[in-house]
Design a binder for this molecule. Structure first.
Ligand SMILES: *Cc1c(COP(=O)(O)O)cnc(C)c1O
Length: 395
């Protein structure tokens, strides 16, 4: 019964109870700090659930750039981009992003999620098909659903199955293939060269989500599309400003005419307030730092590699991880929750990831390594994680 005496919402209580019983309930926990390390009254903890891979969210230069933008533009862009919300900070960020990614143009959105909703639904409609990797991020799937195009999934990282799926959809007016360059829950890498070749052969459009590659892979962290020199074969390289760049927002890098199309047709761009000026400026400062330091991503990948090898040698299943994202795949939901709890007791913060975020039966702990973790931190953490694995009977 709710407080106005109606029992019309009993289904919510029942639904929550069911989630709880399946080990699938999600709850919010409050943190005092962001980044790879945090302190509370009990001392230092290591945070392995942050996407602030380079520690940029607390970078002094980036914070200063944001503060300067607050001062000059105010706290809000106060309008959507097509009304009066396009400010110099937006145009300059977009020009910089285009150059950074090696594309003629770029368009900034309110978030990475909004970017995928907007660009996919602008590119395809009822007569078209979206062919998505089976593990593609929810925002890519939601964009496809919003577009009303026929949605098909291809086997994870399987270019042959992609080719077959494209063949199956050959009657669609337009076909759009979507994948991630670094997968968010597995940390493995898409075979982008092969996928791009299949798309070219079948005359399909290709969108690559570089949310977890931007800032990390390639010289200066320009991402895997540029690292593999695929700018001419990947029609849209999207990314977020909210992960390695330490800010908030999203973007699509593409041709100039495609950018114009998105301005006219991407509903999440048109009907939403422009990116806050401070977020735009902070992200742009992050690009400048990446360009001047060039090897931050490589350093992170090197540390992650040593850490992953330790965990693998101890017997953990880290799947095909080859990035700063390292899953410890344990299978059962409850088991992943128990391991997370045990790690928390050891002052290691790592979150259990369960279905529907990952496929049924592949519940896991997702570890993300950041530059806030020193070599010594990682060695110590590996010992603790291995102890916890034994204690839970996983090793
Ligand atoms: C996080 C993420 C997004 C969404 O980006 P936000 O800026 O957080 O909305 C999109 N795609 C992938 C693969 C992601 O991991």
């Amino acid at each position: 019964m709710n407080n106005n005496g109606s029992s019309g919402y009993d289904w919510i209580e029942a639904g929550l109870k069911e989630l709880r019983e399946q080990g699938l309930e999600r709850t919010l926990r409050k943190f005092e700090d962001v980044g790879g390390k945090f302190h509370d009254n009990a001392g230092k903890s290591l945070n392995f659930s942050s996407n602030d891979y380079l520690g940029f969210a607390r970078n002094e230069k980036i914070i200063a750039a944001g503060i300067a933008a607050f001062r000059s533009y105010g706290a809000s862009a106060a309008s959507s981009r097509l009304i009066s919300g396009t400010l110099p900070c937006h145009s300059e960020l977009e020009e910089h992003l285009a150059k950074f990614k090696g594309y003629p143009a770029a368009l900034a959105f309110g978030s990475g999620y909004l970017t995928n909703l907007g660009i996919i639904s602008a590119l395809v409609g009822r007569e078209d098909a979206v062919i998505a990797d089976r593990l593609a991020h929810a925002s890519l799937i939601d964009g496809a659903i919003m577009s009303r195009a026929n949605l098909k999934r291809f086997q994870h990282n399987d270019p042959d199955h992609l080719a077959k799926s494209l063949e199956d959809e050959k009657d669609a007016k337009h076909r759009l293939v979507v994948t991630e360059s670094v997968f968010s829950m597995d940390g493995d890498l898409a075979p982008l060269k092969e996928i791009a070749a299949v798309c070219a052969e079948h005359n399909a459009m290709l969108l690559v989500d570089e949310a977890h590659a931007t800032g990390i892979f390639g010289t200066s962290g320009t991402g895997r599309v540029r690292e593999l020199q695929l700018e001419n074969k990947v029609d849209i390289s999207m990314g977020t400003l909210s992960k390695a760049l330490g800010s908030y927002g999203g973007f699509a890098a593409c041709s100039a005419s495609m950018r114009d199309w998105f301005v006219n047709r991407a509903r999440s761009f048109i009907y939403s307030t422009a990116l806050p000026p401070a977020s735009a400026r902070a992200a742009e400062e992050a690009l400048s730092i990446l360009e001047s330091q060039q090897t931050l991503g490589q350093e992170l990948l090197k540390r992650a590699d040593i850490f992953r090898r330790r965990l693998q040698e101890a017997g953990f299943n880290t799947g095909k991880s080859a990035s700063q994202i390292i899953p410890l795949i344990v299978g059962k939901n409850i088991k992943s929750l128990r391991l997370a709890e045990r790690l928390r007791d050891k002052r290691i913060l790592a979150v259990a990831i369960r279905p529907p975020t990952v496929p049924e039966g592949t519940a896991r702990i997702r570890l993300s390594v950041t530059l806030d973790h020193s070599q010594a931190d990682l060695e110590q953490a590996a010992d603790q994680i291995i102890d916890a694995g034994y204690a839970e009977g996983i090793l």
